[in-house]
Design a binder for this molecule. Structure first.
Ligand code: PHB
Length: 374
């Protein structure tokens, strides 16, 4: 995304990708785009398919056992969200970069960022057994939680903040019509469940699972049975089941590293922060980082104004922490924790009822869900 945005402003970049194009486009990732993300797609000139195929959602359903209510994001904020898979976003961006002659190097190994705290950084990597060298003005570390960018920042400069949750999400993709036209976030005695989708014929479902589970422990039949037990009976009765196309488990974690900039290296997205998927903020928070970095770079190259780059970490982190708060809040509201007391359960129920009855609380949720302003 950053590469494509910069290209539109005449700023050159090289993208280094550790995996192959097919590997990246074969992964099932997030599916919900905030209003700000949709704006970046338009600015990058890659919104055509999203505008045609993306599903505009004005609200979502939240349930607690058999009780449920809808939150209308549109009524509270004037905005909506768009259901369009991250994999499709990536495909559109690859196509646009390739059509414009952009440079994306796949299957690179041994990426090393050199002299990031000096005026002339450079990056080396191996491809087909030969070392390559890229000189550059700046390095955008968009290489995920396990990438080299964060590790390049010396430990004495970095501070890390982390919370690990005692459960994971088991996700299934199936060629079946979605159970409901809106997403359903469900809290039940047996744990959390989420009914989502990619399009009218493709559903994405998740259930909270134990960290010791492996996807092979779950047959399709066992998954569908468990999902049905966690959502209100009205929806369970309508659920269309079918063979899973993909089944995977993701642990839940909140993580932030500070600062997000070291010299000429800027950390973006999962390289700097992780949220649990409840609330769909992962991809969207990466996008807000890109917004700040993009504008900082454009200001610098177009008018020599370096303030946006100087303040990148501060601006990005201010928004990151709010997305962290929202994802943590939603995770705590909707999951069953192994060590949860009867009191804790009453707190969750009271929070659910307050949200159901209070327009102010719904507005707060809606503002966060559609995305806080950049
Ligand atoms: C998804 O569709 O993959 C999805 C939707 C909402 C979430 C997380 C994941 O909160």
């Amino acid at each position: 995304m950053l590469s494509q945005l910069l290209y539109k402003k005449g700023i050159e970049s090289v993208v280094l990708e550790r995996k192959t194009r097919d590997y990246v486009l074969g992964r099932i990732r997030a599916g919900i785009l905030e209003v700000g993300f949709v704006g970046l797609m338009r600015e990058a000139g890659v919104s055509e398919r999203m505008d045609k195929e993306g599903l505009v959602h004005d609200g979502a359903v939240i349930s607690f056992g058999e009780e449920q209510f809808g939150i209308n994001f549109k009524a509270h904020t004037g905005s909506n969200i768009v259901v369009y898979g991250q994999t499709e976003v990536t495909r559109d961006l690859y196509d646009a970069r390739e059509a414009a002659g952009g440079k994306i190097v796949f299957s690179v190994e041994n990426v090393v960022i050199h002299d990031a705290d000096c005026d002339a950084p450079f990056v080396t990597y191996d491809i087909d057994g030969a070392e390559q060298h890229v000189t550059c003005d700046y390095v955008a570390g968009c290489d995920g939680f396990h990438g080299v960018s964060r590790q390049t920042i010396p430990l004495e400069v970095r501070q890390e903040f982390e919370k690990v949750y005692p459960f994971g999400w088991l996700g299934v993709l199936s060629q079946t019509p979605p159970v409901h036209k809106e997403l359903i976030y469900a809290s039940s005695e047996r744990g959390f469940a989420l009914c989502s989708m990619r399009n009218d014929k493709l559903s994405r479902y998740y259930i909270q699972c134990s960290l010791s589970d492996s996807p092979d422990d779950w047959t399709d039949a066992a998954f569908w049975k468990e999902l049905k037990r966690r959502i209100p009976a009205e929806h369970a009765a309508k659920l269309v089941t079918g063979p899973s196309i993909e089944k995977s488990i993701a642990p839940l974690r909140s993580f932030v590293t500070e600062p997000m900039r070291w010299g000429r290296l800027f950390l973006c997205g999962d390289a700097a922060h992780i949220v649990p998927p409840t609330g769909a903020k992962g991809l969207n928070t990466a996008a807000s980082d890109i917004h700040y970095l993009y504008h900082g770079l454009v200001d610098y190259y177009q008018s020599g104004d370096g303030e946006g780059l100087e303040r990148y970490s501060e601006k990005a982190l201010a928004r990151v922490w709010k997305a962290e708060r929202f994802s943590w809040w939603m995770t705590n509201l909707l999951h069953r924790f192994p060590d949860q007391s009867r009191f804790d359960l009453k707190m969750q129920k009271a929070e659910f009822e307050f949200l159901r009855e209070n327009a102010g609380a719904q507005m707060v949720m809606a503002q966060n869900y559609v995305g806080l302003p950049y």
